[in-house]
Design a protein. Structure first.
Length: 315
């Protein structure tokens, strides 16, 4: 039986990961979360499981737990959350990652980092599909930089722990993900549109709506993360994880409005500074090394997500 630490384990991705590990392995799962954006409500039905433990802790502060694997998911991930306290976000991305790497180094544990497509910034229009080799176009002083640059320096730290200490590390870069256990007030496109449609509020599109997003259902994403953790030693990545089905934001708004039978009107607002105009992953490396690609259609994923959100908002 392995002892597996999931930081950010009470958040959106962490909750789904903990559930998959409990369901499909015999391992002991330690869920660590500071509850900054995560919530105990997400994991309350797991607390009586004798293979599950919850620890409230912030990875900015060191902690000593004997573990075999570390999935580091701890970091606020939506603009409203990571811009709430820019310095805190940067500390999480650097000090937090360093503390978890030190823990992995001490116990010779395998370490996986959830990085982000945000490391590509607002991609050059010529880079229609972003490969892992693309260095990105990031405003290092902008409002989003606490997250974008935080994740970039986190990747640098991880590679250097591997070079200097031989720490067994892996990195995935996550593109837009949606599904159950997402916070209804998350602030990203899918959660915003679904919540607004279900509550009859105006559907807010920032910019002209022609900017694109590729959306990946959470079950597909979590499967890829687990496969990356179990991939051959020495394969660090980074590996893009996402769906290559690309939609205009306006198209997503209209689609979700139709699926929810909503009468909400679509309104247009000023686009946030440095908001990416185009986002689509090259997943050829994930296909080759992880034998992975998304299986759940966007239609089915949206239906499942709408059903979850409807329960949360009382519809």
């Amino acid at each position: 039986m392995k002892r597996i630490l999931v930081t950010g384990g009470a958040g959106f991705l962490g909750t789904n990961l903990c559930r998959k590990l409990l369901r499909e392995t015999d391992d002991y799962i330690i869920c660590l979360d500071n509850l900054y954006t995560g919530t105990k409500e997400n994991i309350k039905d797991l607390l009586n499981n004798n293979r599950f433990e919850f620890i409230q802790h912030d990875i900015i502060e060191p902690i000593d737990i004997e573990v075999d694997e570390i999935y580091n998911l701890a970091c606020p991930a939506s603009p409203p959350h990571y811009q709430k306290d820019h310095v805190f976000t940067l500390k999480t991305c650097f000090l937090g990652v360093m503390n978890m790497l030190d823990l992995a180094k001490k116990y010779n544990a395998k370490f996986l980092q959830t990085s982000t497509s945000e490391v590509y910034g607002d991609p050059d229009p010529r880079i229609k599909i972003q490969p892992e080799s693309y260095w990105g176009n990031v405003n290092c002083n902008g409002l989003r930089s606490c997250y974008d640059e935080g994740k970039r320096v986190g990747e640098s730290l991880i590679f250097n722990y591997n070079r200097m200490y031989g720490t067994n590390v892996k990195i995935v870069r996550i593109f837009n993900t949606y599904g159950p256990y997402m916070d209804v007030n998350d602030g990203r496109v899918i959660s915003n549109f679904i919540t607004q449609c279900l509550t009859g509020k105006p559907i807010t599109i920032y910019g002209d709506g022609h900017q694109t997003r590729s959306i990946c259902y959470v079950d597909d994403l979590i499967e890829a993360i687990v496969r990356m953790m179990n991939s051959e030693d020495g394969f660090i990545g980074p590996v893009n994880i996402g769906n290559q089905e690309e939609y205009e934001v306006k198209e997503l708004a209209e689609w979700i409005k139709e699926l929810t039978n909503s009468k909400s009107e679509i309104v247009y607002c000023e686009s946030p500074k440095d908001d990416p105009m185009q986002r689509c992953p090259d997943i050829s490396l994930a296909k080759k090394k992880l034998n992975w690609e998304p299986k759940i259609s966007s239609h089915d994923g949206l239906i499942k997500t709408i059903e979850y959100f409807a329960k949360k908002v009382g519809k």
